[in-house]
Design a protein around this ligand. Sequence first.
Ligand SMILES: *[C@@H]1O[C@H](CO)[C@@H](O)[C@H](O)[C@H]1NC(C)=O
Ligand SMILES: *[C@@H]1O[C@H](CO)[C@@H](O)[C@H](O)[C@H]1NC(C)=O
Ligand SMILES: *[C@@H]1O[C@H](CO)[C@@H](O)[C@H](O)[C@H]1NC(C)=O
Length: 382
Amino acid sequence: MYTEEKQKNTNYGSIFVYCFFSFVFVGGMITYAKPYYNLQNLMDTETVIEERLLDMEKSGVLPCDLRSSVSGAARNHHKLSTTVREETRTRPPISYCVKFESFATMSKLVTGNGDKYESRPFSAGGYNWTFLIYPNANKPAGSGGYVSLYVKIDNSSLITTQNEVYAWIKFLTYKSTTDTYHELHATEAQRFHLFKQQYGMLNFLEIGYYQNAAYGFIFNGGQSVFGVDIVVSKPSGTWEDVSYEENIRDPVLDWRITNFSIRDQVSYTSDTFSSGGRNWVLKVYPNGVGSATGNSLSLYLLSASNQKGYVKAKFRVINQTPSNNVEKQVDGWPNAKENGWGVDKLIPLADIKDPSKGFLVKDTIRFQVEILAFSKTNSISN
Ligand SMILES: *[C@@H]1O[C@H](CO)[C@@H](O)[C@H](O)[C@H]1NC(C)=O
Ligand SMILES: *[C@@H]1O[C@H](CO)[C@@H](O)[C@H](O)[C@H]1NC(C)=O
Ligand SMILES: *[C@@H]1O[C@H](CO)[C@@H](O)[C@H](O)[C@H]1NC(C)=O
C-alpha cells in the first residue's frame, strides 16, 4: 500500500517535470518561430509592419528620410483600418492591370511626370477611367514611404450627364512568392462627380516591399504588377416609383354569371373592367381550384396589363334574397397562379346549391369585387 502511494507520488513529480519542460520547450518554439511568422505575414498587423520597417531601416534598404515617416505611416494605416480591408486573393484584377518590366526604372522615369504613372484609358461600368501609380516617397504629398494608387474617372461623361458615379474600388498588387494578389479596398462605394474625379489610397504599400525581391512584390528581375477592380453601382437608368392608390375611381366590379348550373368549364373569365385607371378581369372556378377543388368556389382578380403590385380588395358573393353577402378581403401581393389576387375558398359549393341561401337565383350568381387600394409602379428614366 505504502509503496504504491509513493510510486504514485513519484509519477506526479515526473509528470510535472515533463509538463514544465514541455511548456518551456513550446514557449521557446514560439519565441523562435515569431520572426519567421512575421516574415510570412508581412502585412497582417500594424506591429508587424513597423517591425519590418525597422529591420529594413537597419539594413539600409529604405531611403533615409523614412525614419520620420515610419511612425506616421503606421498611424495612417491604423486610422484607415476601420474602413479599409486587406485581403489576399488569387483572382486577377477585373478592370485593369499594369505590369512594369522594372519597378525601379519606372520610379525614375516618372519623376518627369509629377512622380506618377498614368495608365491608358480603359472602360469599366460604362465610364472611362485611368489608373494612377505613384511609386515614389511623399508623392503625392503625405504618402510618406508608401506607394499610392488612384483611379481617375474620365470627366467628359460627367460633364454631359451631370451624373454622380458610385463605384467600389479595389487596388491590387501581385505577390509572386505566394502567387496571390494583395488587395486593399474601402468597404464603402466611392462617389465620383465633376468635383471629385479621383479616388485612391495614399498608403497602399510601403515602397520598401518593391525594393527587395524577397518580399515577392518584385520578381523576374524587377517586374511588378498593379491592378484595380472598378465595380460601378450605377443608379440604374430606370427606376420604379411605387405609390399607393387609395381613392379608387369606379372601385366596384360587378359580374353576373347566368345559367350557372350548366357551366361545365373549369374556369370563366369576365370581360375587362376599368377601375382606378387600370384594366382588370375576374376569373372564377365554379368548381374550385387547388385545395378548393370540389368543395368551394374560387374567385380571382387579375390585372389585364399584367401588373404585379400590392392590392387590397373585397371579394363578395351577393346574396340576392337579400341577406348577408359572403365577403372576404385580400390584402397583399399576388397570391394566386397566373398573376392574380384572390380567394381560393370564397363560398362552399353546398351554399351555392342550397336555394334557401339566396346566392343562386334564377340560375344566376353575382360577384362583386371592390378594389380598396393598389400600388402603382411607374418606370422613370434618367
Ligand atoms: C470612352 O472612350 C472612348 C474612346 O475615347 C470613347 O469613344 C467613349 O465615348 C468613351 N466613353 C465614355 C462613357 O466617356
Ligand atoms: C477634365 O479632365 C481633364 C483631363 O484630366 C482636365 O484637363 C479638365 O480640366 C477636366 N475638366 C473638368 C471640368 O474638371
Ligand atoms: C341559358 O340557357 C338557356 C337554355 O339552356 C338558353 O336558352 C339561354 O339563352 C341561356 N341564357 C344565357 C344568358 O346564356
